[in-house]
Design a binder for this molecule. Structure first.
Ligand code: RFL
Ligand code: PHB
Length: 413
């Protein structure tokens, strides 16, 4: 029939061109953990714009139970950032902690030996306080993002590509802050021939429990017992946090509350156990222990911050504090760059941050070696642990060295 084209045997349709949304900012921050949130807060205080993206939701991030001990430098940074009011009202200042060895106790008098204290205040609360502040300030967040890829790292305007709510997004910025933790994508964006990594994985994990009961002691107790390590910590006067060393192959479901409390009592000894108030746990999880450092912490216009660059075993309570230390150096460097155009401080970011990181790695490793039972240890190594404990107990210099590291070494900028 004239005017009618023959019906096609099959039809092809052009794929729809994906709509890409482009956003621009000064700093693109990957990761809304404590490092990313604090960085955005410190930059906002100085009028520097940022976009924060995270693969999780805010609710998920706020529910994560992690660190509990803040160094004075971390406390000061949170206060200066305007996010410290609740911490100052509800946090518990601690002037010492106990080391216990098969029932023998030795108190490390932090205040007496260093003139400094630490603050017991949960990372969960730090995160909530920072979120509240950033949301009130109108911070741009993209939650639930996927396929995050930082590119053009050596260009003047690097780009972060990602997917958000089904659309592809490109974020053009001056600098990218990789605050996306140990399993994030930022570190992987650095070419393998540039990045050097150093790692030690420990042959056990920590099984942690939270319970709505007053703490067994008003200060933390780190215990080494022949059955393994135990830690008595807290979140408040009515909420306790306990950990025990466990096998890496253990599953949380293997550990009923009853089994956990029995094991903890054995490891902390009868005197302390007599004071323990047990109750139902409302959080129970197993964390592996690892020491890890990636060098350098900068590649082009990408900076690695916090757990994205380094991991410590939790024994020294250093992870969050190191992340905050990195943020302080980077924020100061970026403020200088935007105020005066000088890049000297951001150029030294990696060097300054790593100098402190390695010292905290050493301390966390040393305390972990002292306080845990290692499957490969012979009776000789066990004697060495005991001898070291006795030395710390008898020597004020050794106790002071431990105290100085625990309250946090200075950040040399
Ligand atoms: P985080 O907290 O892991 O946050 C990273 C964020 O990045 C997001 N993310 C991504 N976003 C977009 N795209 C991707 N591809 C992404 N991949 C990841 C994640 O969703 C997340 O929101 O890293 P940050 O900010 O560097 O903070 C580090 C701290 O969380 C960590 O060092 C501490 O929790 C370590 N830690 C402790 N630190 C202390 O200072 N004192 C302590 O007493 C202490 N106790 C602990 C601890 C860690 C523990 N665990 C569970 C390992 C006790 C434990 C048991
Ligand atoms: C904690 O309360 O979660 C905590 C305290 C001290 C540590 C590690 C974790 O060394």
């Amino acid at each position: 029939m004239p005017g009618h084209a023959p019906a096609p045997l099959c039809t092809f349709s052009e794929p729809e061109t994906p709509v890409t949304r482009t956003l621009t900012t000064e700093i693109c921050i990957i990761g809304a953990g404590p490092a990313g949130l604090l960085l955005s807060q410190m930059l906002a205080q100085e009028g520097i714009s940022s976009i924060v993206v995270d693969r999780q939701t805010r609710t998920h991030i706020e529910a994560r139970i992690r660190a509990g001990v803040l160094e004075q430098g971390t406390v000061d940074a949170l206060v200066e950032a305007g996010a410290g009011a609740r911490m100052m009202a509800e946090g518990l200042p601690h002037s010492g902690f106990d080391l216990a060895f098969d029932g023998d106790r030795h108190r490390i008098d932090l205040a007496g030996l260093t003139g400094k204290t630490v603050m017991v205040y949960g990372q969960t609360e730090v995160t909530k306080d920072l979120f509240a502040q950033r949301v009130a300030d109108g911070q741009t967040f993209l939650f639930g993002v996927d396929d995050v890829v930082p590119t053009d790292l050596k260009e003047r305007r690097p780009v972060v590509h990602l997917r958000h709510e089904g659309r592809s997004v490109r974020i053009e910025c001056d600098y990218i802050a990789g605050c996306d933790g140990f399993r994030g994508v930022s570190r992987k964006a650095i070419p393998a021939d540039v990045l050097r990594t150093f790692e030690r994985v420990y042959p056990f994990g920590w099984l942690g429990v939270l319970t709505e009961r007053p703490p067994v002691s008003h200060e933390l107790i780190y215990a080494n017992h022949e059955r393994g390590f135990a830690l008595c910590s807290m979140r408040s006067a009515t909420r306790s946090r306990y950990y025990i060393q466990c096998d890496l192959s253990d599953d949380v479901d293997d550990w009923s509350d009853d089994r956990f409390w029995k094991e903890l009592c054995r490891r902390i000894g009868p005197e302390t156990a007599a004071e323990l108030q047990t109750g139902p746990s409302f959080e129970k999880s197993i964390a592996p222990l690892r020491s890890f450092v990636a060098e350098p912490m900068r590649y082009g216009n990408l900076f690695l911050v916090g757990d994205a660059a380094h991991i410590v075993p939790p024994t020294g309570a250093k992870g969050l504090n190191l992340a905050v230390g990195d943020v302080r150096v980077l924020a100061r460097g970026l403020v200088r760059r935007y105020r005066s155009g000088e890049t000297d401080l951001i150029d030294r970011y990696s060097e300054i941050a790593l100098a402190r990181v390695w010292k905290a790695e050493r301390f966390s490793w040393q305390l972990s070696m002292l306080m845990h039972q290692f499957p490969e240890h012979s009776p000789f190594e066990k004697k060495m642990q005991r001898a070291e404990f006795e030395y710390i107990r008898q020597s004020e210099a050794a106790s002071r060295s431990m105290a100085e590291n625990y309250v946090g070494l200075p950040l040399e900028m």
